[in-house]
Ligand binder design. Structure first.
Ligand code: NAD
Ligand code: UD2
Length: 311
């Protein structure tokens, strides 16, 4: 079985590539290495690690025509909200147009396709009232990133409706784990906090630290993706990919203290403008397919810290 993972050299993509490689799928990665790293996927040979851009539409179409992938997982994106605000025209070409081209190329040239999965985001909900966040409720995008993810997931859904393509979108909540890059101030907060604990640096809470998120350990995401990949009932659907648990940053900080058996300095500063206070996902639609998150935040952070200290 051939599987194409766009953005496969990044944080999430590398875990999916690892899993499907172990399951003996023939894994192809298409990645321009903008925020991903060759070293994340050392187990993929050069013939299967295609260093190219998803906006290179002719190249992508030819690749799909030639390889006739059984599965496509489309993750490549401008992932930084700030970057999409700075450059919405460029980011929409990656986040919307390239997705549409990927769908269209598969529709026209790949009759072998068994599933197309698109990585959407909890960002589409914005600051809407009401918890948990439900797929069929009001959305309120607050950034080009959120609009782009929404547009692309809706195209993905529409290609099922119009052309009966086997497509599914997943709205990822806050994913964390090994290989998440902490290098930008807008990186996932747990990768930043982990790095501060490692280096005995000061962590800054933006706001009072009471804000909550639905943090998902990346191995649970892999479980969810593999379930959706193999389930025809998921075609034409959009699911929240969360853990269904709401955890505050202060709780996370305490858990890191226990795991590292020490504390570090911390301070509080102003909340980020537009920051969401509370967020967690309703995940019943996904659990009804058989998904069951296995990592509590304690277990996930323990696995993360263990990895960090042995790599
Ligand atoms: P990441 O930056 O580690 O991975 C993105 C990958 O896409 C990188 O390897 C990058 O080099 C590649 N890429 C970017 N632009 C490309 C282009 N034009 N052509 C080819 N490759 C390109 O980020 P991640 O956290 O692994 O995110 C993966 C996907 O999940 C993204 O679509 C992101 O929007 C989505 N997502 C992530 C989270 C999270 O919590 N990490 C939450 C919601 C949604
Ligand atoms: C997530 C996405 C983001 C976008 C956004 C839309 C991730 C990594 N980010 O942002 O791409 O989709 O949702 O809503 O999934 N914080 C601190 N100190 C720090 C860094 C962060 O206190 O050094 C706070 C931050 O203000 C926020 C919380 O931690 O309240 C989580 O921040 P984040 O950037 O990890 O994730 P989020 O949910 O804001």
């Amino acid at each position: 079985m051939k599987i194409l993972i766009t953005g496969g050299a990044g944080f999430i993509g590398s875990h999916l590539a690892e899993y499907f490689n172990e399951q003996n799928y023939e894994v192809f990665i298409l990645d321009n290495l903008k925020t991903g790293y060759h070293s994340n996927v050392g187990f993929i040979d050069n013939a299967h690690l295609i260093d190219n851009d998803v906006t290179n539409s002719q190249f992508v179409t030819e690749l799909i025509k030639k390889e006739q992938f059984d599965y496509v997982i489309h993750l490549a994106a401008v992932v930084s909200v700030v970057e999409t605000i700075k450059n919405p025209i460029l980011s929409q070409s990656v986040n919307i147009e390239a997705t549409l081209n990927m769908l269209e190329s598969n529709r026209q040239y790949n009759k072998n396709l068994k599933k197309f999965i698109f990585a959407s985001s909890a960002a589409v909900y914005g600051n809407t009232e009401g918890l948990p966040k439900k797929v069929n409720t009001f959305i309120d995008p607050e950034s080009p990133y959120a609009i782009e993810k929404y547009a692309a997931e809706q195209y993905t859904k529409l290609y099922n409706k119009l052309f009966n393509m086997p497509t599914t979108s997943l709205r990822f909540f806050n994913i964390y784990g090994p290989r998440q890059d902490p290098s930008s101030p807008y990186s996932g907060v747990l990768s930043i906090m982990n790095e501060k604990f490692q280096n005995d640096d000061t962590f800054t809470f933006f706001g009072d630290g009471e804000q909550t998120r639905d943090f998902v350990y990346v191995k649970d995401l892999v479980q969810a993706v593999s379930i959706v990949l193999n389930n025809e009932n998921a075609n034409g659907k959009i699911y929240n990919l969360g853990s269904g648990e709401q955890i505050s940053l202060l709780q996370i900080f305490n858990t890191f203290e226990k795991l590292y058996n020490k504390t570090i300095n911390y301070k509080f500063s102003d909340s980020r403008s537009g920051d969401i206070k509370h967020s967690y996902a309703q995940i019943e639609e996904l659990t009804s397919l058989g998904y069951k998150p296995k990592y509590s935040v304690e277990d996930g952070l323990a696995a993360y810290v263990n990895y960090t200290n042995h790599s």
